[in-house]
Design a protein around this ligand. Structure first.
Ligand SMILES: Nc1nc2c(ncn2[C@@H]2O[C@H](COP(=O)(O)OP(=O)(O)O)[C@@H](O)[C@H]2O)c(=O)[nH]1
Ligand SMILES: [Mg+2]
Length: 219
């Protein structure tokens, strides 16, 4: 549900990193902040408390201006994963334009991933967003650990859903930009028709994705 002001030529997009507590949502944002070029990328706001648990949200903003003069702000948020923070999750999901679900690959976390995904389905419905239509990707994080669900099993379960699935280790810094890039691509596709990004503002898909995912030299 894009915030788009044609007169002011301003657009705000909201992307949300969702998932169970401690799956690595904040670590994904920290990595994006490290790996992506400073140009167009704002300052990261991480509100994690001392016990490593987000109570409100984290925020990483991006800014870009298209050849046609449209100013776009992309706000990337995380949600708190613990069950008790459901009201905050709903608030963060309001008007979301895309969601990356960060699952924890550990065998011990399978049930938590499912209940968090169910919670996402429920909360999207609550804020009036159709899960079949919103850009959505899934990342299985913590692939550097040994007690993890095999990739083949993950594929078997999630491939039939048609949701793009990525393997990652946010701690080691791989799979993070790939996950984010796909989310940005899907988001572009979902808004281009409605807002005329390519026709009206000279911003094609490659341009949009390239500018939001440009890496710092050497990363
Ligand atoms: N081994 C490993 N640990 C990770 C990875 N990503 C995050 N963690 C750790 O998992 C814990 C929770 O991470 P955090 O990003 O705060 O999770 P959040 O609650 O989803 O925001 C921290 O101790 C992280 O260092 C990963 O890819 N591999
Ligand atoms: Mg967090």
């Amino acid at each position: 549900m894009i915030e788009f002001d044609r007169t002011e030529k301003r657009m705000v997009l909201k992307l949300v990193f969702y998932g169970p507590a401690l799956s690595g949502k904040t670590t994904n944002l920290l990595r994006l902040h490290d790996l992506l070029s400073r140009e167009g990328r704002g300052e990261l706001m991480v509100l994690d408390t001392r016990d490593d648990r987000t109570i409100f949200f984290d925020l990483l903003p991006f800014f870009l201006v298209t050849p046609g003069g449209l100013k776009i702000k992309v706000k990337v948020y995380t949600v708190p994963g613990q069950v008790k923070h459901d009201a905050t999750r709903k608030a963060v999901l309001q008007r979301a334009d895309g969601v990356a679900f960060i699952a924890d690959s550990r065998v011990s976390e399978v049930a938590n991933n499912y209940s968090s995904f169910e919670n996402l389905e429920k909360n999207l419905a609550f804020v009036g967003i159709d899960i079949e239509r919103i850009p959505l990707v899934i990342q299985f994080n913590k692939r550097d650990l040994s007690d993890i669900v095999p990739e083949a099993d993950i594929e078997r379960v999630w491939r039939p859903t048609g949701i793009p699935v990525f393997m990652a280790s946010a701690l080691e810094g791989w799979g993070v930009v790939e996950t984010f890039s796909r989310l940005v691509e899907l988001t572009y596709d979902s808004i281009d028709g409605k807002c005329g990004l390519s026709e009206g503002y000279g911003l094609d898909r490659e341009d949009f994705v390239g500018r939001l995912t440009k890496r710092v030299q050497g990363s």
